[in-house]
Design a protein around this ligand. Structure first.
Ligand code: ZN
Length: 322
């Protein structure tokens, strides 16, 4: 399986939209997308998805233009299937703003984590992209070079400083994190942090630091967290991680020692388990694996399935906190 196929198995990876990076530089093209009567508008309330009876609200062009308040929708892109323009808009008080459309229904703001596995995977990928972009707009209000205000450009994929003598362009940023499955022989390294749900164990992960390669980040994080040197570091797959704005880069690595020392960082406990031992721990409920939302689940499941021929899905998995 190539890396693209492997990444496409990760949640939030099957993006149904074309971002139209080149077209969106043309303001008349942008205007025609905004005036397209077929256009659709995802509604977010900060980092939460606005839902009606647990289904995400997607407003029509007609609904948007019948609303009292003026909103500035951000263009996500065009649907690959039929070129429908899809926007995201942030509404701070959705109950009030949407009551004329959904007066009898239950308007609520739900976390993307809570609804992801309940909705279509392509819709989840669209909301992942939308929440990351919305987060950037809500948290980037001033020019980082001179402190002046910013104006939205290219439909919202960039913002530019309003001070013409500065003109600095702000781009959405993502935080890169490596997440690695470390094995030694037929055993996998699993660890937990104190703040995680009880009994939950996962693979190690950490943010990439300035000036290092992804492979060095893998090496450094494993050393910092459990004091184990690794070799044969290989890329597995990647996953957009909208909590709030990360890119997870999955790796595999082999430990050259099995002596664990997890006193020095935020790891509460770490251990080596072979697949049969993990099966026993999962069955007894002494350990729970991460939820299917996260690439950590994929990294463990790929190994577990290769070792045992059965999937982790057989066991009830807990929620991934990472
Ligand atoms: Zn500036």
């Amino acid at each position: 399986m190539d890396h693209l196929s492997r990444s496409l198995l990760n949640t939030f990876s099957t993006q149904p939209l074309n971002r139209c990076s080149l077209e969106r530089k043309d303001s008349s093209w942008l205007t025609s997308q905004l005036s397209n009567s077929q256009s659709e508008y995802l509604v977010l309330d900060g980092h939460s998805v606005v839902c009606i009876n647990s289904d995400p609200v997607i407003l029509s062009h007609k609904q948007l233009h019948s609303m009292k308040a003026i909103y500035n929708p951000i263009l996500l892109g065009l649907k690959k299937t039929d070129n429908t323009p899809v926007f995201v808009m942030n509404i701070a008080e959705p109950e009030e703003a949407l009551e004329s459309f959904y007066s009898e229904k239950n308007i609520e703001s739900l976390s993307l984590r809570a609804i992801t596995l309940e909705i279509d995977p392509e819709l989840a990928a669209m909301y992942s992209y939308a929440t990351m972009l919305n987060h950037w707009h809500l948290s980037t209000r001033f020019c980082t070079r001179c402190g002046s205000g910013l104006v939205i450009k290219e439909g919202g994929s960039i913002q530019q400083c309003v001070d013409e003598s500065c003109g600095h362009i702000e781009y959405p940023r993502i935080n890169s994190a490596v997440i690695m499955r470390v094995t030694k022989g037929n055993k996998i390294l699993l660890a937990r942090q104190e703040t995680w749900p009880e009994k939950m164990y996962s693979v190690l992960a950490g943010f990439v630091e300035v000036g290092e390669t992804l492979e060095h980040a893998v090496e450094r994080e494993v050393m910092e967290e459990v004091n184990v040197p690794v070799k044969n570091i290989n890329y597995h797959s990647s996953q957009p991680w909208p909590f709030p704005n990360s890119l997870m880069l999955g790796y595999t690595a082999e430990a050259t020692s099995d002596e664990l020392d997890f006193e020095q960082d935020d790891i509460e406990h770490a251990l080596w388990l072979d697949a049969d031992e993990l099966k026993v721990e999962l069955t007894a409920g002494r350990i729970s694996a991460p939820g299917e939302l996260s690439i950590s689940y994929r990294l463990i499941d790929d190994w577990f399935e290769a070792e045992t021929g059965i999937s982790l899905q057989t066991f009830k998995c807990s929620y991934s906190p990472l």
